[in-house]
Design a protein around this ligand. Structure first.
Ligand SMILES: [Zn+2]
Length: 776
């Protein structure tokens, strides 16, 4: 870690001085940019220490109260707050640091006092957060020793955000405040509040009372997968919404913690709750039903009617009154155009505007662009700026819009090149509703995908495609919590933590100061805080990494295992449950026959011990050469075709790289066995996750050849389309045929042609995920 100056001998003196006392440690999350230990021992905080601030500065006084509460919580000591001038045994709060970035601060700790000096009040607040976290895990009512230090700190990005979707599932004011507190702990400063959805409208609008009397309810609470199987509870969901007073309360609460709230009214798609309340706002006039399951819905706001614009302006007028900030998020994402195409009002409007399709944009794309620009103009006239999802780039970007890049990083790159401000929140790195584990069987049900802690941590928000000048348009980074499948506070925390810690560090800490192993050590303090406060977090980041590679004899494989915290590993190969009496892992070992590897990471009795399983199958196809006629889907290629013959069966998470996925094209593979072998069976597996458009096969064919030229078909079978309500998970396909000699085996697996009518993505092309080929 560059920028950190450790004077080891002094540190040893400090530590010996602190013997018997609790000693603060400034290596917190997010890591400050510069920590320099000084030639003094340090400051002892005791019950006589006072918190001082400049007389008459009520905002510094407010910061002082936060500090007092934190110290009381961690050290059990309640300090006096005073504006008396004092320069010994005190913590002085100031906001006079000369730095143009308000959020920057310095902490100077001598034998006599601690001084926290922010460039702005927010800087002082972040200095307080660092001091607070340096006291974790807490001193239990004793004195605290602070080694003498100079900390210089500032954020890498000025926008440091978290988003919560309260449309799919509602979270109460106290739950939202709990999230805001966590954001403050992580030096975050923008809370993006996604307030409206197809599944519910969550904010009181006086001019349109039905938005909450009708729009905040839905007839069902179905929340499992979209196979069409409803989890009927017979109970209406809602009414759930925030009154204006509750919103004001949350705004004030966040403001005290230097957090701005970005309200989102998602337009013109994702508006089903609004048009179900006021059907005249849709193209067809309804009736409409508020969505009870996830998806993208065709019924959106009608852009051909002036009434729609009046509605949107009225709603936004009330919104900007509630949120005294510069930015309003107006969505702009996932807006199907089928209704506009068929709507006489919308088509008439396109004619009036003289919109014509061009090479890049349909008439309807341009209608959306017209809508967004008109709303932007309205908000600009009120002194506000808009933020939109990256779809607002389509059909021409509104002149002053800030782009939130979510479908990868491409939208962010394009917007930055157009000199628009960008917030990066690419789904593959920052969507915290994704799985954190390779083993999903014990995880809460999620929308899918795989986003482990390390992947979040390693995300670099300023892409190399941008010049240094363009990189300046990356305003910041945001983690998103979509709640289709998240319905409780505990579930929300589990999905958010510890990925929020990794997010905090990519938002705040300079990339040259980042180090994942070091981060994990520092995270232990946060773990203590979470445990103490009853917060729930995932421990999947402790999972053992099990790596395999073929031996040069191409008949066996090497297994290499590790854990991020170096917990000892014990394993069995016969499928039996490993204990500390099982074989202890001391280094890579070789497996030359099919085995069920079970690994125990042991951290002490009652600790985070976990058993993981890998099924190894060494058969006639293992490690042979394989070629594919068609490439897999670029999103799901991972390490490529060798995954199919690597001797390792896929994990329960089909997106972790142990499976490969095809889209539109069939799997058409030839395995060269090297020698002529007698074969009579192929076992493979597909994954079913119909809500994510992952369907089973339509047909499997196997052909054999001795010369690689002429093939003879030995197996062919057609399959029915996976029915609605199919179980999620691995589905084994066993293909048996007459024993035949072959050197080449051709396997063709054709996926389902079209997504069936009952599915929300009806008519689309499904994905096909394939696991290991086992040839016997
Ligand atoms: Zn219309």
């Amino acid at each position: 870690m560059k920028g950190h100056c450790y004077l080891i001998t002094l540190l040893i003196i400090c530590l010996s001085f602190s013997k018997g006392k609790f000693s603060a440690d400034y290596e917190v999350v997010p890591l400050p940019q510069e920590i320099t230990y000084l030639r003094q021992s340090g400051f002892i905080l005791n019950q006589f220490t006072k918190i001082t601030f400049e007389k008459g500065d009520s905002l510094l006084e407010r910061n002082a109260h936060f500090l007092r509460d934190y110290i009381k919580e961690l050290a059990g000591i309640s300090l006096e707050i005073t504006h008396d001038k004092q320069d010994t045994n005190n913590i002085a709060l100031k906001s006079s640091l000369q730095n143009e970035v308000n959020d920057s601060y310095e902490i100077s700790i001598s034998d006599k006092q601690i001084v926290i000096n922010g460039a702005g009040l927010s800087g002082t607040f972040y200095g307080i957060q660092t001091l607070r976290k340096s006291m974790l895990p807490g001193s239990n009512g004793k004195t605290v020793f602070f080694p003498s230090v100079k900390i210089k700190d500032f954020p890498r990005f000025s926008y440091r955000g978290m988003m919560l979707d309260v449309g799919r599932h509602f979270f109460s004011v106290s739950e939202v405040k709990e999230l805001i507190d966590l954001m403050a702990l992580h030096n975050m400063n923008h809370f993006h509040w996604h307030l409206t959805e197809d599944q519910g409208w969550r904010v009181e609008i006086e001019k349109y009372p039905k938005l909450t009397t009708i729009g905040s309810t839905r007839k069902d609470t179905k929340i499992n997968h979209n196979t069409g199987e409803f989890e009927e509870t017979g109970k209406m969901y809602g009414p759930f919404f925030y009154t204006k007073n509750e919103i004001r309360d949350v705004v004030a609460y966040a403001q005290k913690r230097y957090i701005e709230i970005i309200p989102e009214i998602d337009l013109p798609g994702h508006m089903l709750a609004a048009i179900a309340s006021y059907p005249e706002l849709g193209c067809t006039g309804g009736p409409y039903e508020i969505a009870v399951k996830r998806g993208v819905y065709d019924d959106v706001l009608c852009i051909g009617k002036e009434q729609t614009f009046n509605f949107v302006k009225d709603v936004l007028s009330e919104i900007i009154e509630l949120f005294p900030y510069e930015y309003v998020h107006i969505g702009g994402d996932e807006c199907p155009k089928v209704r506009w195409k068929a709507c006489s009002h919308c088509q008439q409007k396109a004619k009036e505007l003289n919109l014509n399709a061009d090479k890049y944009h349909s008439v309807e794309d341009q209608l959306q662009s017209y809508f967004i620009s008109r709303i932007e103009k309205f908000l600009n006239s009120k002194g506000k700026q808009i933020i939109g999802w990256d779809e607002i780039l389509e059909g021409g970007l509104a002149p002053n819009a800030t782009v939130m890049s979510w479908r990868g990083i491409e939208g962010g790159i394009a917007a930055a090149q157009m000199k628009h401000k960008v917030i990066m929140s690419p789904s593959q790195f920052l969507y915290f509703d994704y799985y954190q584990s390779r083993d999903v069987t014990k995880e809460p049900f999620t929308i899918g995908n795989y986003l482990p802690l390390k992947k979040v941590y390693d995300y670099e928000p300023q892409p190399n495609e941008l010049t240094d000048e363009e990189k300046k348009y990356i305003w910041g980074i945001q983690g998103n919590l979509w709640t289709e499948y998240i319905k409780t506070r505990e579930n929300l925390q589990y999905m958010m933590l510890p990925r929020m810690d990794a997010l905090a560090e990519i938002q705040w800490t300079l990339s040259e100061n980042k180090d994942y192993q070091n981060f994990l050590k520092r995270f232990k303090k946060m773990q203590y805080y979470y445990d103490k406060n009853g917060l729930i977090y995932s421990k999947s980041f402790l999972d053992a990494e099990i790596l395999t590679k073929p031996d040069s004899d191409k008949a066996s494989l090497w297994v290499e295992m590790s854990t991020p915290d170096n917990a000892p590993l014990f394993y069995t190969l016969d499928g039996s449950t490993p204990t500390t009496k099982s074989e202890k892992y001391t280094g890579q070992f070789r497996v030359s026959q099919s085995s069920e590897l079970k690994v125990l990471a042991y951290r002490g009795d009652g600790q985070d011990n976990k058993i993981q399983t890998k099924v190894i199958n060494i058969n006639k196809a293992t490690f042979k050469s394989i070629t594919l006629k068609h490439r897999p889907s670029s999103r799901f290629t991972f390490e490529g075709e060798n995954v199919l013959i690597d001797g390792i069966l896929g994990n329960t998470n089909y997106t972790d790289g142990t499976w490969i996925g095809f889209h539109g094209k069939p799997l058409d593979a030839v395995i060269n066995l090297g020698d002529v072998k007698t074969v009579s069976e192929l076992v493979t597996a597909v994954y079913l996750r119909l809500d994510n458009r992952v369907f089973g096969p339509a047909e499997i064919k196997i052909e054999l050849s001795l010369d690689g030229e002429s093939y003879v078909e030995v197996f062919s079978k057609k399959y029915n389309v996976s029915p609605q309500g199919s179980l999620i998970g691995r589905s084994e396909m066993k293909c048996q045929f007459t024993a035949t000699d072959a050197k080449y085996v051709r396997i063709i697996i054709r996926g389902t042609d079209k997504i069936p009518q009952w599915h929300i993505s009806r008519g689309g092309t499904p994905l096909l995920f394939i696991d290991e080929f086992i040839l016997n």
